[in-house]
Write a protein of this length. Sequence first.
Length: 286
Amino acid sequence: MTFGSLECYLETVRTIDTLYREELLRPSEALGNANWLFHAREEGWNADRIRDAIRSLPEWHAIHDGPQSPPAEPRPPLPPLPAGSYDRVLPWTPPKTRDFIRADAWAVPVPGLPFVPGGSSEHPERLLTPFIYKYDRSLWPACFNAHRARGYTHWIVWWPNFRADGGPVEDFAALCQEIQAAGFFAQVGLNSKDFDPRDQSPSEWRARLDPLFDALTPIQSAGEATLLDEERGFIECIMRAGYPMASELVAGVHNGMLSLATFRINGVSRHTGSFRIPGVMTRGET
């Protein structure tokens, strides 16, 4: 490969993107590519030198210096499933990145949880992660630990429910920061069939969501990644039309709930109650 050739530049950018995915759990962006490409070309930095520099960034420390999840607890197998055809093993090894959702929003039991409005009156011990703010803060560590023990990496929260309960957007942003400080990616549901009008235009979505993005953006700029994801039928093309600018904000809003990986997890767990991911022990809890 000729130094300074197009092939050389492309290979360097691919290397930078790989380092970002391994160290920062996200793709590289244009500014980062330009920065490290400069150091590689003008100062002779190799991949190891760039990796060391990435590991000195506040964003890297925000990800890797938080609470470490314990090894996932082995769990007993489920009883025989009903007759039918089931996929029990994912056909690929999922990446350990922000964009692959490992979470259970409504079925992890936490002994001692009380009933909260919107939760299950029959099984109050089954935590709904979006309602974490409804529980006494003394119960939060047990809730976080129950999810860490299962190898989960994401915590699902719903802005529309928080808003409907009278919570201001600044308090919601603070909640996301606490979830991130506990070692999880905060996956924010942007809209709800219960609390938002149907068939809104891009300008109407902007009016509803701009205050939320304004509150969450400082979290991202501080190196803590908030995953913004459509929930319950949020249409990505409308989101793109409303927010067409190329920015970290839009990059964070992706079709994760409809991605192949997440769709397969939701489908398998919903219909079989059990699946296996390499390195993660989990099961549907119903």
